[in-house]
Design a protein. Structure first.
Length: 162
């Protein structure tokens, strides 16, 4: 089935452990706020619906997706978070800016994760247009913010096991 007709946020095939005793930071871009706000709501709902408490979730707003890297780095200096969730949205425009930002953000988030040896989750939409972003921020393809939250829970547990 093509993704054009499928809600991609289906977790029915996996067991999700409780997030009850885990601490999360959600670093979210203020750019494309309609989309990133929906991603943030999805992430918070995903964490709380799986046992996290609001007290153990810290939201850090940064100007744009590029700043997610620094935001995650700053959050991990705290050393109390079990996982960081980075949420942003970069929509293709007429210039190559999209390519540079997407590549830099992906590499930067990866680097922060390995620097601190903590899960840093890539919840950044990289879409061709606004409609694709809407479809993935609570629309017909589910909510990638919720998916990022589930990933953060799973990775935090894996990290604690080792």
């Amino acid at each position: 089935m093509s993704s054009s007709h499928k809600n991609l946020s289906d977790f029915s095939h996996i067991t999700i452990k409780s997030a009850k005793d885990l601490k999360f930071a959600i670093v979210v871009s203020q750019w494309n706020a309609e989309i990133t706000g929906a991603l943030l709501n999805g992430a918070i709902d995903g964490l709380i619906n799986n046992g996290a408490t609001e007290h153990n979730i810290r939201v850090i707003e940064v100007p744009g997706s590029y700043e997610l890297i620094s935001g995650a780095d700053i959050a991990l200096r705290d050393q109390t978070f079990d996982a960081i969730i980075c949420l942003g949205c970069v929509i293709q425009g007429e210039t190559r800016h999209f390519d540079f930002i997407c590549a830099a953000v992906a590499q930067g988030i990866s680097n922060v994760s390995t620097k601190y040896n903590k899960p840093v989750i890539f919840g950044v939409l990289t879409t061709d247009n606004l409609q694709q972003a809407i479809d993935r921020a609570g629309g017909k393809h589910g909510n990638k913010g919720e998916e990022a939250a589930i990933t953060a829970i799973q990775m935090a547990h894996i990290s604690k096991e080792f």
